[in-house]
Structure formats: structure tokens, C-alpha cells
Design a protein around this ligand. Structure first.
Ligand code: FE
Length: 210
């Protein structure tokens, strides 16, 4: 899989069944996420304080790249049983520019697997969830492989109810390939700490709303 061509970002992909990125999640879907959220079964790591200051800049946008698929499954655990990759728990909050948590924000994550491939036929390493009452999200997944032309990264979309979609990418701060990737932005680097079974990665999204 070699592709470094990044098509222009589409903010409004065709709506099919399931997740709609140009409309708010239905109350029913949001309720479902609260009652059956697999994130709740994760070991609770210490909850760091959000690094948010009033009138913060909104999280910067980046291209979605060629491999976004709508209608990902609702799930917080993307780890495939056979993987030997390093496990990563990505967590944080979705906040407004005045540091208010955004409840029921849709957070959709997709990334390459440990063989540098995106699953374009199915939904391996693709999933979405809704933030809880304090705007928190938590995914359990793997560290994606490096692929030619890009540093290691996750793709993500975040959408508050009835609001536009934020599409961006997240990076590992100490990845040597960051220096060779023109898309890398320090502002989008996660805060990484070692965890017992892998890495804990923290990133708080700031949406352009008060
Ligand atoms: Fe990518």
C-alpha cells in the first residue's frame, strides 16, 4: 500500500446508513453509546487535567486522506486479536474554546494496521463513539505502522451535535519520521506516557464553539 496522494478534504461525505457526519447523531444513538459503551470496561487510568485555557485556539484541521469510510462500527476497542503491535489507549476530552466539555460529541477514528494497510473492504481499525457527560472519549487500539511518505498518525473526526465536523490527524511526538512529513504539526502531537500494557496517549480536542 503506497499512497501519499491526499485528495482535497470533503467535509460532507455522502450519507449512508449509520454514522452521518453532516448531521447530529440521533438521541437514540447517543443513548446507546451510554448504555453499552465498551470504553467503560477499560481499566481506568488516571485522568489528567485538561490543558485548556479560555479562548484557546480550536484544534487545527487536516486532510482526511484517501481512506475515510463512513458508517464505522460504534466501538471503543479496535484491537484485533492477532495483532502483535504495541497497544495504545487514546483518551482525552472534547472541549469548546471556553473549555466547556462537549457531551455526545461523535469521535470517529481510523488508521493503518501493523502491516501499513488500511482496511478498505471492512472496518478493521475503524470505529466511533460518543463522548460522555464530561466530554471524555477513550479508544483502545494499536500503534499504526509507518507507511511510505507519512509519519505515524491516526485519522480522526470530531463533531459536536448539530455542528460542523472537525477532521484532523494525531501524531506521536517523538517519532523520528515526523521531521520528514510535511503534514506533521507539533500542535497535533499526543501526550504519551508508558502504560503497563502499552502506551497511554492523551489529546484534548478544542472545537470552534463557545
Ligand atoms: Fe493515513
Amino acid at each position: 500500500m503506497v499512497s501519499v496522494i491526499m485528495p482535497k478534504e470533503k467535509t460532507c461525505p455522502p450519507i449512508r446508513h449509520g454514522v452521518k457526519f453532516c448531521a447530529a447523531p440521533s438521541p437514540r444513538a447517543a443513548l446507546g453509546s451510554q448504555s453499552g459503551n465498551p470504553a467503560l470496561t477499560f481499566a481506568q487510568s488516571a485522568a489528567p487535567t485538561a490543558q485548556c485555557h479560555d479562548a484557546d485556539e480550536a484544534t487545527i484541521r487536516q486532510t482526511q486522506g484517501p481512506y475515510f469510510k463512513p458508517s464505522s462500527p460504534q466501538r471503543a476497542d479496535l484491537v484485533e486479536p492477532e495483532t502483535k503491535a504495541r497497544l495504545v489507549e487514546i483518551n482525552g476530552q472534547v472541549l469548546t474554546r471556553s473549555c466547556r466539555p462537549v457531551e455526545r460529541a461523535l469521535v470517529d477514528l481510523w488508521h493503518a494496521d501493523d502491516r501499513r494497510e488500511y482496511d478498505n473492504a471492512g472496518f478493521r481499525y475503524r470505529g466511533h463513539l460518543f463522548t460522555d457527560g464530561e466530554g471524555r472519549y477513550r479508544f483502545r487500539t494499536i500503534q499504526p505502522a509507518l507507511y511510505p511518505g507519512r509519519t505515524r498518525h491516526y485519522h480522526i473526526k470530531v463533531q459536536a451535535p448539530e455542528r460542523p465536523v472537525l477532521t484532523t490527524q494525531l501524531y506521536f511526538p517523538d517519532e523520528p519520521a515526523n521531521r520528514r512529513d510535511g503534514l506533521f504539526r507539533r500542535d497535533l502531537a499526543m501526550r504519551i506516557t508508558e502504560a503497563p500494557d502499552g502506551l497511554a496517549a492523551r489529546f484534548d480536542f478544542v472545537l470552534d464553539m463557545r
